[in-house]
Design a protein around this ligand. Structure first.
Ligand SMILES: Cc1cc2nc3c(=O)[nH]c(=O)nc-3n(C[C@H](O)[C@H](O)[C@H](O)COP(=O)(O)O)c2cc1C
Length: 145
């Protein structure tokens, strides 16, 4: 069944902890159940400091917009850039209210477009250019790495 989706990247706040990540994931799984599905990646920077989030949200357009506003108001990240949105044939993550995967630089090396996801210059590029292939990347990365 066709579904709306939204894909964004953002910069994690300095000093983000594992406990922050666990809280974000717990809230996502609690609130998204049934209506929203998707995946969240956290890519730390190569120097070990706070990196980037990449999140795919799947659901109906109204739910997505309400959730996007809530997430974008969250002080645990900033510099949010929507890199893709639209409608696709079906959900890529139907069984997940929010799948999660850490994405250290080594695990991204084989994806030319997304290998620097954790670095500040990747977010700069997202603000400047159109980045496509995000949904395919997420599905492949989830299944593979
Ligand atoms: C990167 C990031 C992704 C998030 N993703 C979700 C999400 O998918 N669903 C959700 O309900 N909250 C998500 N949150 C948390 C929300 O910003 C907010 O804290 C939460 O929805 C509040 O839920 P509560 O009122 O049940 O505590 C995310 C936060 C961040 C920083």
């Amino acid at each position: 069944m066709p579904v709306d989706y939204l894909l964004y990247v953002s910069q994690a706040r300095a000093g983000l902890t594992d406990a922050d990540l666990e809280e974000i994931l717990a809230a996502s799984r609690r609130n998204n159940e049934k209506r929203i599905s998707g995946i969240l990646l956290y890519a730390p920077r190569r120097d070990g400091s706070a990196g980037s989030f990449m999140q795919l949200l799947e659901g109906n357009a109204e739910d997505l917009e309400e959730l996007r506003q809530r997430i974008f108001d969250d002080p645990r990240h900033h510099t949010k850039v929507v890199i893709e949105k639209g409608t696709k044939e079906e959900r890529d993550f139907p069984d997940w209210s929010m799948a999660f995967k850490n994405a250290p630089a080594e695990s991204l090396a084989k994806y030319p477009v997304f290998k620097d996801l954790g670095e500040a210059h990747f977010l700069d590029r997202c603000q400047r250019d159109t980045i496509s292939g995000g949904c395919e990347f997420l599905l492949d990365f989830w299944k593979d790495a």
